[in-house]
Design a protein around this ligand. Sequence first.
Ligand SMILES: [Ca+2]
Length: 206
Amino acid sequence: MKKFTFALFLSLWSYFSYAQVTIYSECNYRGKYRTLSTKTYANHYQFGLQDNSISSIKIAQGYSVDLYQNSNMTGRKITLTSSDNCLPSIINNSVSSIVVKKIYDDNANSGNISIYRNCGYRGSVTNFPTANYPDLRAKLNGGTPESLQIPNGMVAEFYSGTYYSGRLLGRYTSNQNCLTSEVRDFAKSLKVYKNTSENEVKPQPK
Ligand SMILES: [Ca+2]
């Protein structure tokens, strides 16, 4: 009983806190399992399940997982970015090494937009809560904004001058894997706000 309670606690804990990626020895998220973090597992000793035994995998939003047939990231490879309740036969029961990567931050509930220094949600990241940022380059430590993650209902506006002067280079309400070269090269200030009905651009009545 104690063991069961502890196991339940552990699985809830891992589900709510650390459930980035979980591998299972059986389809439908059953059997033996291990929770993985963002790193390279070059052989089955490192990921902690029997070799050639993985059959299903849970992947949290924002993570990418490379599964390899052989150890040291060799042999057949598949890349997954969402959960799979029974791996395809080309890789099922044959995984021997794994690479877990974070592809973007899941900020859907945090109220922040995230700006990355490189396209593809890579490079260092800075989070921007709802506010005006008169000197974007200073906030990025001199770096340039290259990709952008925006939770639902938020807006990001980039201007060519500091203090929202110059031109509006772009207004975004969804993720941008690679911002336009104009934004990347010239954005100097930023407004981040909630997309309330007052902010919506309404067509002029005739
Ligand atoms: Ca193998």
